[in-house]
Design a protein around this ligand. Structure first.
Ligand code: KIV
Length: 270
């Protein structure tokens, strides 16, 4: 077991957790205030996900978010964090097909945001980029299965690797990422049996989202699990709060009080 809860989490902590069978917890965050709460509650990894494109900016996909946007969100999160490992997504267009560009983008993320590692979507086709980034001393988390940056190639957000051929490809990609030196890999929306097989085959920790219970850790998008986003309800999502309802009630109460002359009262005035 990892002994000290207060100790900063590093990529080595995660590997130690896999070895000792302690589950890894990961949540997204994109701003100072929520990252402060998430870190304070003791989550192991905060992912500054490119899901910021959806939940922060209201885009339909993760494709439009830029490197500059990701650096800004990561800066806000890094300012909040005392303990968690901060992993920053490399956005679409910042690494694909060009390992020199990938290195340049990863260096910008690390230098300008103060994040601790980067995450990058894809398998064998991006191994050159991963190797180059790692050579610069930047830890890399992989991401396989449903890779939202390729949504226009696949055309759907349905479960990936259900067929044997795609499942074998995912296994090969996972091993390629491990051999390239990734410290961990996210499996998004793949069958639980396949995630189990991959998690048992790999020595690096696997983090699942819609990938069943046998991954070494789990990740959810914070706004989804808090019930802030309402129009996204995949089977894998468990809502731990209904903050959307609370915010709605609070805002309606405020409007009511201001309109009715009940706010501010004398004791709330100077
Ligand atoms: O951007 C993100 O939030 C992610 C998680 C869904 C893993 O990549």
């Amino acid at each position: 077991m990892v002994s000290s809860r207060a100790k900063k989490v590093t990529t080595h902590t995660l590997q130690e957790m896999k070895r000792s069978g302690e589950k890894i917890t990961m949540l997204t965050a994109y701003d100072y205030s929520l990252a402060r709460l998430v870190d304070g509650a003791g989550v192991d990894v905060i992912l500054v996900g490119d899901s910021a494109s959806n939940v922060m900016a209201g885009n339909d996909t993760t494709v439009p978010i830029t490197l500059e946007h990701m650096i800004y969100h990561a800066q806000c999160v890094v300012n909040a964090v005392d303990r968690s490992l901060v992993v920053v997504d490399m956005p679409f267009g910042s690494y694909q097909g060009d390992s020199k560009l990938a290195l340049k983008s990863a260096i910008r993320i690390m230098k300008e945001s103060g994040g601790h590692a980067v995450k990058i979507e894809g398998g064998k086709e991006i191994v050159d980029s991963i190797r180059r980034i790692l050579k610069a001393g930047i830890p890399v988390m992989g991401h396989l299965g449903l890779t939202p940056q390729s949504i226009y190639k696949f055309g759907t957000y349905s479960v990936r690797a259900k067929e044997e051929e795609e499942a074998e490809k995912l296994m090969e990609d996972a091993i390629a990422l491990q051999e390239a030196g990734c410290f961990s890999v996210v499996f998004e929306k793949i069958p639980a049996d396949l995630a189990k097989r991959a998690s048992e085959s790999l020595s690096i920790p696997t983090i699942g989202i819609g990938a069943g219970v046998h991954c070494d850790g789990q990740v959810l998008v914070l706004h989804d699990m808090l019930g802030i986003t309402k129009d996204f309800s995949p089977r894998f999502l468990r809502r731990y709060a209904d903050i959307g309802e609370s915010i709605d009630g609070a805002v309606r109460g405020y409007i009511n009080d201001v309109r009715g002359g009940d706010f501010p009262r004398e004791e709330e005035s100077y």
